[in-house]
Design a protein around this ligand. Sequence first.
Ligand SMILES: [Zn+2]
Length: 441
Amino acid sequence: MIQICTVGGFSDIGRNMTAIKVNDTAVILDMGIHLSNYIKLADEDDIHKFPLQELIYQGAIPNDKVIEYWKDEVKAIIPTHAHLDHIGAIPFLAKNYDAEIICTPFTKAVLEAILTDEKIKLPNTIKSLSPNTKYKIDDNITIEFIAVTHSTPQSVFVILHTPEGQVMYTNDFKFDQYPVLGKKTDVKKLQALKDIKLLFCDSTRCLDLKKTPSEQIAKQMLTDILEGSHLENNAIIVTTFSSHIARLKTIVELAKKMNRKVIFLGRSLAKYVEAAELIKLVEFSKNIKQAKYPNEVQKALKLVEGNKEKYLLVVTGHQGEPKSVLSKIANDTYAFKFQPNDAVIFSSTVIPTPENKKNRELLEALLQKKNIRIFKDIHVSGHAGKEDIRDLILFTNPKNIIPSHCNKSLSDGLVTLAVEMGYIQGINLYQMGDGSMLELK
Ligand SMILES: [Zn+2]
């Protein structure tokens, strides 16, 4: 019998965590934070000062009390990739389990950078497992990682091989045929999985009636702007997701073509870029400078002031976060003055929470007052659209499906698709909420 507990990420997007138990072996898939709930608390105070219970109560981290009775049987914690909604709660919760953390080398490097940055020492060992390899925990569960394209490197589908069949967990993915970094997903590997008992299906973009475009499209959009707009004598500031190494690679390459030196400004950018360099995914160092802390940022911006045409700045703050480098530049906190027609490129979309929407509106209004050229939504998503999801189900032919990485309306959307493909709700298609349990015989 396979027992499932959907701990977090099934009633609301964020704080992903799922536990699977086969006989007396349990594993945890993902241990993430809910970004906006987390940032609200982190802005108030040092997040590590809050009692665990308060972080759970405020919805910042998953409520793992629901698997209290499985605690001694948890043998592994397996985050699928380096996004904070998948690894961000590890510093808070992993110590509750006598379990190894098993993840790809990039995810490991990012996790270790976070732990060092926050001065946290975990009792758990962190094992790196390369994409497209297997690792046997015991006779009940063998883990397999299948490399998949997403918006951060070395993302994987996790397959749990068990005596009861295979469990496949797909948070998060898209099927990019022309990735900018890494390889496309090996579909043959998916088709070779002949005994998928249960598929956890990333449903974040299941209402988008499309196949999500390739990262090459974002590259083309950025190329168009940087090569085609009349920006020769102006400051160019790009802001994007710090974890999006492929996007950063595009930006570094385009800047080189323009003979501009790149400076990465902000702590979270440094964390992800250093992790990617550490495991030799990219080699930015020759072409970039980095400034992590406010005094370093201040120094770097002084260097740029007066020589704006020689630099391209990559900064944190694409959601308009008030403490980010971009907001601080816009607020004249630093010795850097925008000139009319300088450019700010948002290589991102707004994650639609009321907080983010408000912050971005304020930031854009401020930039517009200074006559800054704004280029927004220069981005493609890392999540599968409805037609990618249909392909995933066709490739793997799972016996049972649970919509994941979703709220109720997205879960409903996935149900509509699965019913269309012959699944029956309550028989082999299960809508779960946070903290729900299911047994599959
Ligand atoms: Zn992700």
